[in-house]
Design a binder for this molecule. Structure first.
Ligand SMILES: Cc1cc2nc3c(=O)[nH]c(=O)nc-3n(C[C@H](O)[C@H](O)[C@H](O)COP(=O)(O)OP(=O)(O)OC[C@H]3O[C@@H](n4cnc5c(N)ncnc54)[C@H](O)[C@@H]3O)c2cc1C
Length: 379
């Protein structure tokens, strides 16, 4: 069996590795010149989201398949960190904060936490006073309710290191990696082709570019790429990962101090024409939130944007779109955490080792529905 994987981000390298490890002849196409790197913040010219992600691994799944994918992902991040010491996973709880006056958000947070607990996630709701001693680095002023996710982590030196380390595993398993190649897809009567070469199956794992990659086949993917942002600063922070839902900002420890993010711009963008630098409003707002929650008053050393992918129901598109043509994308800004499990799931689907996942079926919508981009971190 010969399979092509288009896109060498975290999802693509994982899927390629798993297929090759199962004995499949795999070629991976990535248009950037490298598959990952060991940097703590992204190179300017690299556009793939897996390099630009904040690297927070804090699952709060609401359904059984989501829980399975998130748990498999955490297991596989740890597995890779054990095998390749250029990449590590730093276990750190995540604290989500909702304001004292935000009664609707408090109710929504309680509901999300209850759903995640049903899926076996170690997460609980707390009054701020109950956890203030445990997390002295955080100022809980104005907080009405907090949720603590216990099995959470972030990756170091940065998310691109997962891609680099997994790409090495993929090469060792026999994947033929073609970098610096922008693949063109077609689907004639006899099956899928990449650059006019016929494969038994093709996986499109091209993140925010997936709609564009599939367009020549006539398939219109219901997905919208949009900008989200992150920054690093020298603030010397060693507390939990925090998502301040009132400020719309999250932050975590980082090798150079602190990383903060969100900065969602809820508008569809052209994946080939977007602003890669962080916006001033995002930098100011994120640093303000960091100042009020941690007391650190530091400038941003670097601020960048990258692409997240929205779908009509905020669930991913994971499965076949045509005979022997598959897609794996769309986690509404949470796709790095889920990438190893997503890559594994799409590889298993191609191998016929798991049944199609109805909830994530890319064909579950009628036509191409109109929808608004919603912030992935919203409660
Ligand atoms: C600022 C920011 C912060 C984020 N923070 C988090 C976080 O903390 N936690 C989390 O879970 N998620 C986070 N995300 C989301 C996460 O980065 C993505 O969901 C995830 O990395 C997607 O991985 P992917 O492999 O699907 O896509 P990508 O990593 O984008 O990979 C797709 C690849 O396809 C390549 N490609 C495109 N077209 C072609 C073509 N024609 N031929 C060959 N190659 C092609 C691209 O170059 C790219 O490398 C964040 C995103 C951003 C931008």
């Amino acid at each position: 069996m010969r399979v092509a994987v288009v896109g060498g981000g975290a999802v693509g390298v994982t899927a390629a590795h798993d297929l090759a490890a199962a004995g499949v002849d795999v070629r991976l196409y990535e248009r950037d010149s490298e598959l990952g790197d060991d940097r703590t913040s992204p190179r300017e010219q690299v556009e793939g989201s897996s390099h630009r992600a904040a690297g927070l691994l804090a699952p709060r799944p609401t359904d059984a398949v989501g829980a399975e994918i998130a748990t498999r992902s955490l297991d596989r991040f740890e597995w890779l960190a054990d095998r390749d010491h250029r990449f590590s996973v730093e276990p750190t709880p995540q604290v989500t904060l909702v304001g004292a006056d935000a009664e609707d958000k408090q109710a929504a947070l309680r509901e999300q936490v209850a759903e995640a607990r049903e899926q076996g996630v170690d997460v609980g709701c707390h009054e701020p006073a109950e956890i203030a001693d445990r997390f002295p680095e955080v100022d809980f002023s104005g907080v009405g309710l907090a949720a603590v996710t216990e099995r959470a982590a972030y990756v170091t030196p940065g998310p691109g290191a997962y891609v680099a380390a997994m790409a090495d595993q993929a090469r060792e398993a026999g994947v033929d990696c073609w970098t610096g190649v922008e693949a063109s897809l077609s689907h004639e009567g006899d099956g899928p082709r990449v650059d006019n070469e016929r494969f038994d199956a093709v996986i499109v794992a091209a993140g925010g570019w997936s709609k564009r990659v599939l367009a020549p086949t006539g398939i219109q993917l219901p997905i919208k790429p949009y900008r989200v942002q992150a920054l690093v600063s020298e603030a010397d922070y060693a507390g939990p990962m925090v998502h301040d839902a009132e400020a719309g900002v999250y932050f975590r420890p980082h090798p150079s101090g602190l990383l903060a993010g969100d900065g969602t711009v809820p508008e569809e963008i052209d994946p080939d024409g977007w602003e890669p630098t962080g916006d001033d409003w995002f930098v100011e707002g994120a640093l303000d939130a960091v100042r009020s929650r941690t007391g650190h008053d530091a400038d941003a050393d670097a601020a960048w944007a990258g692409i997240a992918t929205a779908t009509p129901d905020r669930e991913p598109l994971l499965g076949a779109v045509e005979s022997d043509l598959y897609v794996a994308t769309g986690w509404q800004g949470h796709g790095f955490l889920r990438a190893p499990g997503t890559g594994e799931a799409i590889a298993d689907l191609v191998l016929g080792e798991r049944d199609p996942i109805e909830r994530y079926d890319p064909g579950r919508f009628t036509g191409v529905p109109e929808f608004a981009v919603e912030e992935g971190m919203s409660i």
